[in-house]
Design a protein around this ligand. Sequence first.
Ligand SMILES: [Zn+2]
Length: 500
Amino acid sequence: MTLAIIHTRAGLGLEAPEVLVEVHLANGLPGMTLVGLPEAAVKESRERVRSALVNAGFDFPLRRITLNLAPADLPKEGGRFDLPIALGLLVASGQVPPEALAGVECAGELALDGRLRPVTGVLPLAMATRRAGRRLIVPLANADEAALAGDLEVLPADHLLEVVAHLLGQASISPHRAPVAVLTPEAGPDLAEVRGQHQARRALEVAAAGGHNLLFAGPPGTGKTMLASRLPGILPPLSEEEALEVAAIRSVSGLSHTEQWGVRPFRAPHHTASAVALVGGGSKPRPGEISLAHHGVLFLDELPEFSRHVLEVMREPMESGQIHIARASHERRYPAGFQLVAAMNPCPCGHLGDPRQACHCTAAQIQRYQARLSGPLLDRIDLQVEVPALAPEQLTSRQAGESSAVVRERVLAARARQASRGALNARLAGQALEEACALQAADRAWLAGVLERLKLSARAYHRVLRVALTLADLAGETRPGRDQLIEAIGYRQLDRLLKG
Ligand SMILES: [Zn+2]
């Protein structure tokens, strides 16, 4: 045997396409050639593998070695190919029988002494190995993550010697048991801690029930961030499938997966964040904040301070729920189905309309500040709510608000009504929206009159309908009536604030 083939996988976004590591030994001047589009870190693999094999006491074949990573057109990154290359050399040189690797995939970086180091993106790799019906050898530090993939035999090892002893039948590695997966929405902060702010709390509940994007406007220190961070806790618990998707995105980002398992994401990037940090990209394309917020909440505090360019690049993924990152060789696609909560001060100093403190901004300053909000982005925010400064007696009130668990029950009931329509209300538009609302003729005429007086656009009309439908779902009504329409029009406060 002078040819060996080992099964492993590349990382391409959230996909893990199969890669065959082919090792061929030939007579000739000793040396090692690596072909098949390897990137720098993979090229260094040669040196790591050579040292690891020698230091672990194996024979390093003194022949002409050709390593091929196939298919050649897949980009290959990182140290994950070290272990398959080392095992390929051991098989090709007769130190491990080829049968031992039948039905096995492996990945892992090698230290110079033969220890196995963890690699990123193990969860998508493990899910693909499970679908292929093979067993998976991974570094011990990756075992918990790999085991999240479910019905898969995960064989963890800390050292190359353990792997070889297992393959030779000298000392078996026991399959790794998954840590008990607990899906708990109770882990996060609770709404009971928010004092006062009844209208903002109500808007948060409506946002959760219909999947609507939400903008809080108000002076600093009124609890906008506190409110936003409680949205994940009143959303339905993640399904197993959603939790896996969230964990897979964290996995390819090199973030911890197990401690956040089952928790809806809440991401709050700073307003100085770059477009790449927000939507993803870079020379080795990584997911951005909008993907890390998938199935969860993206919170943009001080929205007018974000650069216009950064907000512009968010528009397309907000429509499609995913982001395409084009690279010369391959396109990566990451999911980005997040719910947006934004917050802003009403003016540069923050105190416009604040009874506690006077605003000293000029009219021109205020206009410039508010004009920074892009119209197309605002069009995608159904709920705009003022969060006023609290009166002192409200701040010191000991009366706790409703808990997240109580609010979540109502959200779940409202979402159950939407399930029969096939989409969350925030996603309804045009004819489907009109049909779902089925307004009575009198209400329709009344609404047309109000919109006319308020000079609201056709887009604004649809936002009012979407929100009114969610209010009807929360009230257990079959369609929005006058009460729901009036409340829905009230969630256009930014328009009023901007005008006056
Ligand atoms: Zn001001």
